[in-house]
Design a protein around this ligand. Structure first.
Ligand code: SF4
Ligand code: SF4
Length: 275
């Protein structure tokens, strides 16, 4: 019995010694700046920077493998604080981008082709003939994007369409990855003329399916400064680098062009639905 106890104690001692040696041999040196940087990051662990979590980004910044403004959520404030830790002068951030849902075809404007009673999820409904909407390009309105947004910046309106609150949006892009229709885009905040349609159907077909569809008439292209709006396969598309006068919206016979500031979420509702 005594021998067994001594043997067990010996084994335990050997094990602890082995662990202690392994801890020394395999120890990973952490740059103390990584911990300081982690403290000034927002702690959202949203992955918007392309890293699995905030500490992973902090470590990469401390190693010099990532920029001090790599966190889109922390923005300029975090970049300045990280710059102080790293001894780098942060000379100011670029333009803020926010998400925008390029569809205004809510349940009042767009036709449905069948009644869906399945799982409440856009990816699921999309698997049944491209969704329940007659327009196969439109917002499905079941909020997969809202579920993916780490900042609660997307609501599904009672009319069955997704709308981004640009005050809350950090431009992380999670909603863009989640939307099976690929109709959410990042646009520079503060722009006020938007074409809220993603349909590439020809004019007559688009009009039959949705009352606010782009019919590809090109009136906006002609009314806007050169290069500010172009056609892409029957769909008018805004060039967000260009200045577009609000009067261009009045040229659209379908009301597809909306005027609202992407920073002004209240303005989106008064602009006639959509996102
Ligand atoms: S924008 Fe896309 S993900 Fe969001 S509700 Fe519409 S279809 Fe679904
Ligand atoms: S709306 Fe989209 S881009 Fe904006 S914070 Fe939410 S997931 Fe990120």
């Amino acid at each position: 019995m005594l021998t067994a106890v001594i043997a067990l104690a010996g084994l335990g001692l050997l094990g602890s010694l082995g662990l202690a040696i392994a801890a020394r041999v395999f120890a990973v040196e952490t740059d103390p700046r990584a911990e300081e940087i982690e403290e000034v990051l927002p702690g959202a662990n949203c992955g918007a920077c392309g890293k699995p979590g905030c500490f992973d980004l902090a470590r990469e910044i401390a190693r010099g493998n990532a920029d001090i403004d790599a966190c889109p959520v922390g923005g300029e404030k975090a970049a300045k604080a990280i710059g102080k830790i790293m001894g780098i002068d942060f000379s100011g951030g670029g333009e803020r981008y926010v998400a925008l849902v390029l569809c205004a075809g809510d349940n009042k404007e767009a036709l449905k082709k069948y009644q869906y009673n399945g799982i409440y999820d856009c990816v699921s409904v999309d698997m049944f003939f491209g969704g329940d909407k007659a327009c196969s390009y439109g917002c499905l309105g079941l909020g997969t994007c809202a579920g993916a947004c780490p900042f609660g910046a997307i609501d599904i309106l009672p009319e069955g369409i997704a709308k981004v609150d640009s005050d809350k949006c950090t431009g992380c892009g999670k909603c863009i990855e989640a939307c099976p229709k690929g109709i959410i885009k990042l646009v520079p905040a503060g722009r006020n003329v938007h074409i809220l349609c993603s349909s590439h159907d020809k004019g007559a077909a688009a009009k039959k399916k949705c009352r606010v569809a782009c019919i590809g008439c090109q009136k906006c292209v002609k009314a806007a400064p050169e290069g500010a709006i172009h056609m892409d396969d029957f769909l008018a598309v805004i060039n967000y680098d260009a200045e577009i006068p609000e009067s261009v919206a009045g040229e659209c016979p379908m009301g597809t062009i909306k005027v609202f500031k992407t920073e002004d979420s209240a303005g989106q509702e008064t602009a006639g639905g959509g996102s």
